[in-house]
Design a protein around this ligand. Structure first.
Ligand code: GYE
Length: 335
């Protein structure tokens, strides 16, 4: 009797041990398939956006939202970092915790990414950088990048200045910079600095950041106009800051644009920016294309198929002169 009882006990133990292991296995496999199981087979994309500072940014967010939706087979988790590095880092940590399938982010600044990207790499989540770039010695920390050549944008603007002002012995320039430390600011600033270096008559009489916003652009320009009487050129690193600067110039009764004293160079060439160019308020506008949604999607599809892709992909861009732009160009624009 005692023997039979012991045998039964052993049997119960063995059965419950097997049952436990089975459960564990189930748990593990649930973990592995977590994102697709909870997301009806959709590809989960965590996108950390810089903020909503400009028309360019709004067009960029729209492009991402329109691309990464349920109909196209995606679930998008979009986090707005309000132009703060720490917010972006915690958004990316959140994506890692949620085990998203892809991490996409537009880095607010170039510095500061290695630690969090190491965490993403350890979790085995592919990272796609979009728009601006990061500065890292370890390029295994991201899968690939797609965006603009900001230095080239600056050089395009400077080439136009060199032709337009070739007969001017001296040029007094106000330089309104974008968010300091961002690739867009760094590249566009480098372009101008190289131009100033080459042209002995060029002088930057004032340089400050307007953080890519209209409000800050206005504020900085108000300040500049109180200090400087003669300004020949406003080199403004995006359209929204240019709009703000125009408001300040109007209040100060300064003339600008094609028929005015202060010539304006701007970047982005958004719809509103090109409207202002057609009206002769902006003299020259260098395009920066924000429609990255379909580009990032093409990358994800290639990765899904296990294809190899280019580490860096630059977007083709143009520039528009107030003297030659037409309404048809603006009408054909999707942003
Ligand atoms: O020029 C500016 C925006 O990174 C290209 O960021 C982007 C820049 C763009 O806020 O308007």
């Amino acid at each position: 009797m005692k023997k039979a009882f012991l045998l039964l006990l052993a049997l119960v133990l063995v059965i419950s041990f097997i049952a436990c292991r089975g459960n564990d296995k189930e748990k593990n496999s649930n973990n592995l398939t977590n994102s697709s199981a909870n997301n009806e087979g959709l590809i989960v994309v965590g996108f950390s956006q810089v903020g909503a500072e400009s028309d360019w940014r709004l067009a960029n967010t729209k492009s991402m939202r329109e691309t990464f939706n349920k109909e196209n087979g995606y679930r998008l988790i979009l986090k707005d970092a309000q132009q703060k590095l720490e917010n972006q880092i915690s958004a990316i940590r959140g994506f890692i915790e949620q085990k998203v399938d892809y991490i996409v982010f537009a880095p607010v600044t170039e510095e500061g990414w290695d630690d969090v990207l190491k965490e993403a790499k350890a979790a085995g989540i592919p990272v796609i950088i979009v728009d601006r770039m990061i500065n890292t010695k370890d390029d295994s920390l991201y899968t690939c990048w797609v965006g603009s050549d900001f230095r080239k944008e600056g050089e395009t603007a400077v080439a136009w200045m060199e032709t337009t002002f070739k007969d001017k012995a001296s040029l007094k320039i106000v330089h309104l910079q974008g968010s300091l430390g961002s690739s867009a600011q760094i590249g566009r600033t480098e372009g101008l600095l190289a131009g100033v270096e080459r042209n002995s008559g060029w002088e930057v009489v004032y340089r400050a950041s307007g953080n890519f916003t209209q409000v800050k652009g206005k504020e900085v320009m108000e300040h500049v106009l109180k200090q400087h009487n003669r300004i020949d050129v406003l080199y403004c690193e995006n359209d929204n800051m240019a709009f703000g600067a125009m408001e300040a110039m109007e209040v100060a009764k300064k003339t600008y644009g094609v028929n005015g004293d202060i010539k304006i160079i701007s970047f982005d060439a958004t719809h509103a920016g090109l409207d202002a160019t057609l009206k002769g308020k902006i003299n020259y506008n260098v395009e920066c294309n924000p429609l990255h949604g379909p580009r990032v999607e093409a990358i994800i599809q290639q990765l899904e198929r296990g294809e190899k892709l280019d580490k860096l992909a630059y977007v083709e861009e143009e520039a528009f002169d107030a003297a030659t732009i037409t309404q048809a160009v603006i009408d054909a624009r999707a942003y």
